[in-house]
Design a protein around this ligand. Structure first.
Ligand code: ITT
Ligand code: NA
Length: 199
């Protein structure tokens, strides 16, 4: 069976392809870029799970194929979970990773928070053309550095240091990140669900 991945984020797509291959998901994966006529989905949900389901349903409906989607972000303790679902456009322009990261560091610079606790969250959703839906979540706990370090990954990776690590996510190899990440956990949990529903 073919399965379509509802993401336009290149960093996510790279990770998802590796995570699902390692989990031996034997469905043929198609990138959403193969369907350029699909309109942008309005992410009107108030949770990662709601937004992941919105994206998966929109693509399943438009293509007639089972679709999986990722909604994810960085949740900072002292900011009560912000940027959260607004992580991709925290500084105003959607997907401007460097501006988002710089703004976040500037905001934290003005706050007294010695611990700097934060986590990445990911909701992985599966939607079928008949409306069937499933969603699972994963988290990666850590702390925020004062300055970015590393060139791997994407988004806020240069500032998030996983608990028990001395490196940031951007200093881990791709395999190391996928083994512990919010995205790795969520999509490895989704694989048995895909098998159950699609065979
Ligand atoms: P799609 O909706 O097309 O999948 P998007 O980039 O718009 O792509 P989101 O709305 O889920 O996706 O926003 C996710 C943002 O959260 C992303 O832009 C990053 O800033 C941040 N993020 C998510 N996962 C991350 C990770 O593994 N490492 C670093 N930052 C991450
Ligand atoms: Na989002």
């Amino acid at each position: 069976t073919r399965l379509i991945l509802a993401t336009r984020n290149a960093g996510k797509l790279t990770e998802l392809t590796a995570i699902l291959a390692a989990a031996r998901l034997d469905h043929e994966l198609l990138g959403a870029a193969a369907y350029p006529e699909i309109p942008d989905v309005k992410e009107t949900g108030v949770t990662f799970a709601e937004n992941a389901l919105l994206k998966a349903h929109a693509l399943a409906e438009a293509t007639g194929l089972p679709a999986v989607a990722d909604d994810s972000g960085l949740c900072v303790d002292v900011l009560n979970g912000a940027p959260g679902i607004f992580s991709a456009r925290w500084a105003g322009r959607h997907g401007d990773d460097r501006a988002n990261l710089d703004l976040l560091l500037a905001q934290l610079g003005d706050i007294d928070d010695p611990h700097r606790g934060a986590h990445f969250a990911c909701a992985a959703a599966l939607a079928l053309p008949d409306g069937t839906e499933r969603v699972v979540e994963g988290r990666l706990l850590g702390t925020l550095r004062h300055a970015p370090a590393g060139t791997g990954g994407f988004g806020y990776d240069p500032v998030l240091q996983p608990a028990g690590e001395t490196r940031t996510c951007a200093e881990l190899t791709a395999d190391e990140k996928n083994a512990i990440s919010h995205r790795g956990k969520a999509f490895r949990a989704l694989v048995p669900v895909v098998r159950e529903l699609l065979g």
